[in-house]
Design a binder for this molecule. Structure first.
Ligand SMILES: [Ca+2]
Length: 166
């Protein structure tokens, strides 16, 4: 093998390796480039948000498409110790000025792609943080969202990171 071929092959291998989610992060096989990690200890939304941003180098998971919600739900379902609590995702309106406009913490746009339980965004202003409730009889119902206190309620949570592909 020539030196040049060797160089090209090894740089391809490096590029390939860098496109993998670092262990133990879960790859999104539908949307390569996104990785998730389920922290299985229950904390408040505020604490979960801090852990994802400061310690995990990402954000609480944003569900940008219904299919992404399914990938995250299936991963959570496989790894959850207590499935009665549901899990935090990165949707909140703590940053707004009372307009009730929730947004993803990783700043991706909500684009009207919501999955509220009962089809309605909750209007209670003390309930600013969103979780996947795992309630209902069907898989579709169990992936639906509810909102609750950001500080008083404890749940496990999913962080999301985007891979940097060179
Ligand atoms: Ca996402």
């Amino acid at each position: 093998m020539s030196g040049l071929t060797c160089l090209i092959l090894s740089s391809l291998l490096v590029a390939y390796a860098s496109a993998q989610c670092p262990s133990p992060w879960e790859p999104n096989t539908l949307y390569p480039g996104f990785c998730y990690y389920h922290y299985v200890f229950p904390v408040s939304w505020d604490t979960a948000n801090t852990i994802c941003q400061i310690f995990a180098g990402g954000d609480l998971a944003s569900i940008d498409e219904f299919e992404e919600g399914t990938v995250i739900y299936d991963y959570w379902n496989r790894t959850a110790i207590d499935q009665s609590l549901g899990y935090w995702i990165g949707l909140t309106d703590i940053h707004d000025s009372g307009l009730g406009t929730r947004q993803w913490t990783d700043w991706t746009s909500l684009q009207g792609k919501t999955n509220w339980q009962g089809g309605q965004r909750p209007t209670d202003t003390s309930e600013d943080c969103v979780y996947v409730a795992n309630e209902g009889d069907t898989d579709e119902e169990r992936k639906q969202w509810r909102a609750t206190s950001c500080t008083l309620v404890l749940k496990t949570f999913i962080c999301e990171r985007k891979l940097v592909i060179n």
